[in-house]
Ligand binder design. Structure first.
Ligand code: GLP
Length: 240
């Protein structure tokens, strides 16, 4: 794993976007795996700016997304679909037909099966962007004694509901289930770009980098098994 310690959130976003931009220049028909949450917003802003400057184009880019809440409409402001439009897709020249997000209007495993098929048809991603949950989750693969290989509906832990409640009116509004890529699918990308910023990520980052063991109880520890991971971490997440 290549660890890049950055001064703060902006520096992390800048350094990560430089890596993404160089990959996009090299391969305009790039295949992305995108993430949501606060971690990649700065990176997406920089990509929007780079396209405005004429440095890059999304014309031939394609994407899939990591996860989505169950039971939330695409038009709902809390949906990850809405997030992607707001924070990236509506500001760049990507063809929305080439973007794919998981969607589960209700808690039914059939939506997970549908998303597996979409991922299979999409093929290997060049870059997967990833954030970390404060509890070390990747996508919505929560700490557990077993993790799913393929896309599945996952019951969110209380700590994730609490962490994500900042985006909702209150904790009761946070969906209790999410449809998430499985670990095997998350890892089926040539390069993983992981973003970790702020003190709340320190424990997960510290254990990811220092634990002698790999455990499904700390899903991000599995990142140590991937051959091409860049961890962009700011000083607060790195030092605590
Ligand atoms: C969320 C998402 C993850 C995201 C992580 C970190 O629950 N399911 O895909 O990477 O938690 O979120 P944030 O970047 O807002 O800290």
């Amino acid at each position: 794993m290549k660890v890049i310690v950055c001064k703060d959130y902006d520096d992390m976003s800048k350094k990560a976007s430089e890596l993404v931009i160089s990959n996009m220049i090299e391969k305009p028909q790039i295949k992305f795996g995108f993430a949501t949450g606060s971690s990649p917003i700065g990176l997406y802003k920089n990509l929007i700016a780079a396209q405005k400057e004429g440095e890059i184009s999304f014309k031939y880019a394609k994407s899939v997304n990591l996860d989505e809440y169950v039971g939330i409409d695409k038009a709902n402001e809390q949906s990850y679909s809405y997030f992607m439009d707001e924070n990236l897709f509506d500001h760049v020249n990507i063809n929305k037909e080439n973007t794919h997000l998981p969607y589960a209007p209700e808690n039914d495993e059939k939506y997970a099966i549908e998303y597996r098929k979409i991922l299979d048809d999409f093929g290997q991603r060049d870059i997967q962007i990833l954030g970390l949950g404060p509890n070390g989750h990747i996508a919505f693969n929560e700490p557990a004694d077993k993790l799913n290989r393929r896309a599945s509906i996952i019951k969110l832990t209380d700590s994730t509901i609490e962490a994500n409640s900042r985006f909702f009116e209150n904790e009761d509004e946070v969906p209790k289930y999410a449809l998430s890529m499985g670990v095997e699918e998350v890892f089926d990308a040539k390069t993983l770009i992981v973003l970790a910023s702020g003190k709340s990520k320190h424990e997960a980052v510290k254990r990811l980098l220092n634990d002698d063991t790999i455990s499904t109880e700390l899903p991000c520890s599995l990142l140590n098994l991937h051959p091409n991971v860049y961890l962009f971490v700011d000083e607060e997440a790195y030092n605590g």
